[in-house]
Design a protein around this ligand. Sequence first.
Ligand code: ATP
Length: 220
Amino acid sequence: MIEFQQVNYTVDGPQGALSILNGVTLEVKQGESVAIIGPSGAGKSSLLSLAAGLERSSAGEVKVAGKSLTGADESTLAELRAEYIGFVFQSFLLIPELTAIENLTVPAQLCGHPVSPETAQSMLTKVGLDKRGHHYPQQMSGGEQQRLAIARAFMTNPTILLADEPTGNLDRANGEHISELLFRMNKEQGTTLLLVTHDEGLAKQCQRVYRLIDGKLEVA
Ligand SMILES: Nc1ncnc2c1ncn2[C@@H]1O[C@H](COP(=O)(O)OP(=O)(O)OP(=O)(O)O)[C@@H](O)[C@H]1O
């Protein structure tokens, strides 16, 4: 479902070219769960961005659902994302002008997966935000915003969920609640999970764990 073949990723840093990924090869099959761990700045978020087609590899090939992202134009990448991918960003990327319910319904509509406010409300209940539907993101705590971002990623029943520190801002109880939700989706809907996490408990629940170090993946 997700394939990286000898992927390099280099960006322009203040002191010239900065190599972030250097020959990353990874295959995640449908329904698998894989965690990526590694030190801060190792390139974990960059790896997820490449898998989502939000960034482009400098060399090698990235494929999603058998389709190559390398050389694909922006509209093809947008279609692939809308069809297959849910993304939980480290910074949430909620829309400040929209209420919690609207943060679920509007992006789903824009991706061509319209959902009713009732469906959105039941997703809010699943993530423990049932009383927050009419609140705006700035009226919610960091952990609540994170749960809303996770609910948004689930709205379209994505084939692939890419999540960057999905339990990062949550206390233990809420973190466990969210990981339970992630793995329930993984089992019930066959969702392919690729997670970046510092949460050892979450990583251990995944079928495979890799460490990203010096631009390369090694089995953890
Ligand atoms: N577009 C860019 N331009 C310049 N530097 C970048 C760019 N994108 C990422 N970097 C740098 O690449 C490195 C890897 O960043 P990335 O966010 O992927 O790491 P990470 O492993 O997810 O870190 P963390 O665990 O702290 O979130 C960092 O040093 C970052 O500053």
